[in-house]
Design a protein around this ligand. Structure first.
Ligand SMILES: Cc1cc2nc3c(=O)[nH]c(=O)nc-3n(C[C@H](O)[C@H](O)[C@H](O)COP(=O)(O)O)c2cc1C
Length: 348
């Protein structure tokens, strides 16, 4: 069992990464159905929350069945972070997560944001401000450091633990690397093996298949794995990894029926939660992966991203169900491939 304060997770839990414009409640619902043990909201600006910005407030929503769920905030001002932690606290999620390292302009222009990765003292002050403002467990997600010459995650981990955080997730890249190259988990393992560290350490970066998940879990000894891009349009990644951990064998790939059913559920929740215009629009980024591996799918995909009503989308999905009934793609043809997912503009 892995504990984050009072939250109890199974051994080697799988976490759904916070992803802006992706990890919203509808997407989290289908990930939960498929085995995600702990999920995070998209990041929320502390300044936005305080100003009552509608978009920021909306990101506080979650369904009861999502628990345990974390709400992620970011910002460079102690007071704003403390205030927003209080706002998050009032919505009663299971934990508050702090994102250190997003270089959004309005934060960076105040000399904070990504700069936090270069300023551990500020990081500690911001963390303490949040820890003191909420009764919920506080966790942090960050990168290895600002760049190759400032790989300070070992010091960061100790100092944030001392500041009172209850778990730390490390993305095995620097800010300067953005998404380039392969994530380097060796420093994550070093943090985990530091005898001073007693909080759970979760590893993140490039987990895209059951074999890799098992290999990284064993090689780097982390307490759990956080998965981001590989879950987009492929929420089955969680159950596939769990099955592989338990048996050493691959679970059968989702059938076409399942792919259509889950995609429809995601769409319906999306429309329910965001309204039909946004709900339909924002589903478009998911279809490529939901349908990956099906031959000559381009024509259907084009239709899915051009039709305007939920009924039309559903009717294209039903056509796909009929046309590909019984078709099973090979494993390497489905799921995540980095190039497909738009690189975010922000190096979280
Ligand atoms: C579209 C997108 C949006 C993201 N938004 C956030 C975010 O809001 N907060 C955050 O901490 N990380 C964010 N990230 C980074 C992911 O949480 C994760 O650290 C990164 O994608 C590496 O994990 P992966 O290789 O499993 O995708 C985002 C990544 C992507 C691809």
């Amino acid at each position: 069992m892995v504990r984050i304060g009072p939250i109890e997770l199974p051994d080697s839990p799988l976490l759904l990464a916070p992803m802006e414009d992706v990890s919203d409640p509808p997407f989290r619902a289908v990930c939960k159905d498929n085995g995600a043990d702990l999920m995070y909201s998209e990041f929320i600006s502390s300044e936005g929350l305080i100003r009552d910005a509608i978009k920021s407030r909306q990101k506080l929503d979650f369904f009861e069945f999502e628990r345990p769920v974390g709400i992620q905030i970011f910002g460079g001002d102690e007071e704003a972070m403390a205030l927003s932690a209080r706002i998050v606290d009032a919505t009663n999620p299971d934990l508050v997560d702090i994102n250190f390292g997003c270089p959004v302009k309005k934060v960076v222009s105040k000399g904070a944001g990504a700069g936090v990765l270069k300023d551990i003292d500020l990081m500690v002050r911001l963390t303490k401000a949040v820890v003191q403002a909420t009764r919920l467990p506080v966790t942090v997600k960050t990168r290895l450091g600002w760049d190759e010459s400032s790989l300070n995650i070992e010091e960061v981990a100790e100092r944030l633990q001392d500041a009172g955080i209850k778990a730390l997730t490390i993305h095995g890249r620097t800010r300067a690397q953005m998404y380039k190259g392969e994530a380097d988990w060796t420093l994550i393992a070093k943090v985990k093996n530091n005898p001073r560290i007693h909080i759970p350490i979760f590893g993140n970066g490039d987990i895209d298949a059951p074999e890799k998940a098992l290999a990284y879990k064993n090689r780097y000894g982390v307490d759990g794995l956080m998965i981001g891009r590989a879950a987009i349009g492929y929420p089955w990644i969680f159950r596939e990894i769990k099955h592989f951990f338990a048996t050493g064998e691959h679970l059968a790939l989702p059938t076409i029926e399942e792919r259509v059913d889950v995609c429809k559920k995601h769409l319906q929740l999306s429309v329910q939660w965001k309204g039909s215009v946004l709900g339909i629009l924002e589903m478009r980024r998911h279809y490529t992966n939901y349908l990956k591996g099906l031959p000559h799918i381009k024509e259907f995909r084009t239709r899915l991203v051009t039709v305007k009503t939920m009924e039309e989308v559903e009717s294209v999905l039903e056509e796909i169900r009929v046309k590909f009934a019984g078709y099973v793609p090979q494993r390497h043809m489905v799921g995540f491939s980095g190039a497909q997912v738009e690189e975010p503009s922000c190096a979280w």
